[in-house]
Design a protein around this ligand. Structure first.
Ligand code: HSE
Length: 390
């Protein structure tokens, strides 16, 4: 099988390295024929081009790997490749989250595959495992730590006592966080991964605007100290639940008791959990980012496409589910130094505490949407909240 790579950054070069250096029998027939780069100065090998058409119109290329990132022109290139009857493998969660249904349908209509294992939890076989569980079970719940940067920040604040800004800077130095780290710390990256996961798990379209998102930008050392004192650990969690014809998908910090597996996930690792009726609870742990783990997930998709040899999967997103935020409810920890907050929200407050000069509120059991709406007005004032896991 001849492959065209759209993009030759960290992930693209990881794919190339794995294909070049692996000699198991699965690689006898895989060849990278052409690679697209943006700049002329990056044309360091004969197979490198700056013209996408050389790949998209090459009749010998059966499979295109899209690892450019961003929505445009990734969307146009993927659509053109599929319409030209080339299978597509991508790691680009932004474009997959925005066009999952359209790509899936176009691939099926053109008799080719569209695979995106690497777009969620990097090297962890997450999408394929989810699909395997669904061969027998209805999946009613998925959740996990799907963002390595936020986990690196929270883990180092917990274990090493860093303040948020200090450890964010270290995450950027290590190349985990982007120079504009909003997607990681405001929960956008993890929200996209949740959108893809929930759509597949519950076989429905999940509109981005229906996912309540609250990140970790406002967390402080004082919050971490409070959680440590009560023998808990906070993590940024993506959670999706389905019950009958209702569903809920939410991104928010969650407080786990220290004996829970999630509490122990270190550094920039990811973990994902799936619930199925007969299999019960399954957990998947590993590297959710990086050149070789993400490259590995892409190459596994390529091998799967070669192995199925035209026996296409028909993925559907036809369930009509309505959002019901009460599916994700609990007591919340809130830190906000504003007397107004207390007056305005006395109906949801169960307990008021003081911690190192900060006002802390523990709420009654409320749903995740009520919590996010309550916090909305106070984001700029530095409110931080997290849900206590039952
Ligand atoms: N910024 C992402 C993370 C990269 O930290 O998990 C992988 O999607």
């Amino acid at each position: 099988m001849k492959i065209g790579l759209l993009g030759f950054g960290t992930v693209g070069s990881g794919v190339y390295e794995i294909v070049k250096s692996t000699s198991t029998c699965f690689f006898d027939d895989i060849e990278v024929k052409k690679i697209l780069v943006k700049d002329e100065k990056d044309k360091v090998m004969d197979i490198i081009t700056t013209d996408a058409e050389e790949i998209l119109n090459d009749k010998e290329i059966d499979l295109v790997v899209e690892v450019m990132g961003g929505i445009h022109p990734a969307y146009e290139y993927i659509m053109k490749a599929l319409k030209n009857k080339k299978s597509v493998v991508t790691a680009n969660k932004a474009v997959v989250a925005a066009y999952l249904k359209e790509f899936t349908k176009t691939a099926y209509e053109n008799g080719v595959s569209f695979e995106y294992e690497a777009s969620v939890c990097g090297g962890i076989p997450w999408i394929k495992s989810l699909e395997k569980v669904k061969r027998i079970d209805e999946v009613t719940e998925v959740y996990g730590i799907f963002n390595g940067t936020s986990n690196f920040i929270l883990d180092n604040m917990t274990k090493e006592g860093y303040e948020f800004q200090e450890i964010l800077k270290k995450a950027q130095e290590k190349g985990y966080a982007e120079s504009d780290p909003s997607a990681d710390i405001d929960g956008i990256d993890i929200m996209r991964k949740l959108l893809i996961t929930s759509s597949l798990a519950f076989e429905c379209e999940v509109p981005e605007k229906e996912i309540d998102v609250f990140g970790i930008r406002n967390i402080q050392k004082t919050d971490i100290e409070y959680f440590k004192n009560i023998k808990c650990t906070v993590k940024l969690i993506a959670a999706g639940k389905k019950y009958e014809d209702k569903y809920c998908a939410v991104v928010e910090p969650v407080i786990f008791k220290n004996e829970r597996i999630e509490a122990a996930v270190p550094q920039n690792f990811n973990i994902g959990t799936i619930y199925g009726k007969t299999i019960g609870e399954l957990k998947f742990y590993g590297q959710g980012a990086g050149k070789l783990p993400t490259g590995n997930a892409i190459v596994q998709d390529i091998i799967d496409i070669i192995e199925v040899k035209g026996k296409l999967k028909e993925r559907k997103f036809e369930n009509k589910l309505t959002k019901d935020s009460s599916l994700v409810s609990g007591k919340y920890y809130i830190r906000i130094n504003n007397e107004e907050f207390e007056k305005e929200n006395s109906d949801i407050i169960e307990k008021k505490l003081e911690n190192s000069g900060n006002l802390i509120y523990i709420t009654k059991k409320i749903d995740c949407y009520t919590m996010r709406k309550t916090a909305e007005k106070y984001i700029k004032e530095g409110i931080f909240y997290a849900r206590f896991e039952d």
